[in-house]
Design a protein. Structure first.
Length: 70
């Protein structure tokens, strides 16, 4: 997938996708003489699944004494 396609799929702008690629959060490769970035669909799906895990972990609050008082 082109980075533009990834941006559409994630509903974010292109600079955000480039940032994900630069940081290594979203693996990508350069193809051809012009160095066009491509992301495999499987890598995008893996990234999305990691984000679901992060989101779940952020809302899983351990029940403790402070929590039971609410």
């Amino acid at each position: 997938m082109r980075l533009e396609d990834v941006a559409d799929e994630l509903n974010v702008n292109l600079p955000q996708v480039r940032s994900l690629v630069r940081s290594g959060d979203l693996p990508a490769i350069k193809i051809g003489g012009r160095g066009i970035w491509r992301v495999e669909r499987s890598e995008l799906e893996a990234y999305i699944q990691r984000q679901y895990t992060v989101a779940r972990e952020s809302i899983d609050v351990p029940v403790g004494e402070d929590e039971s008082a609410h």
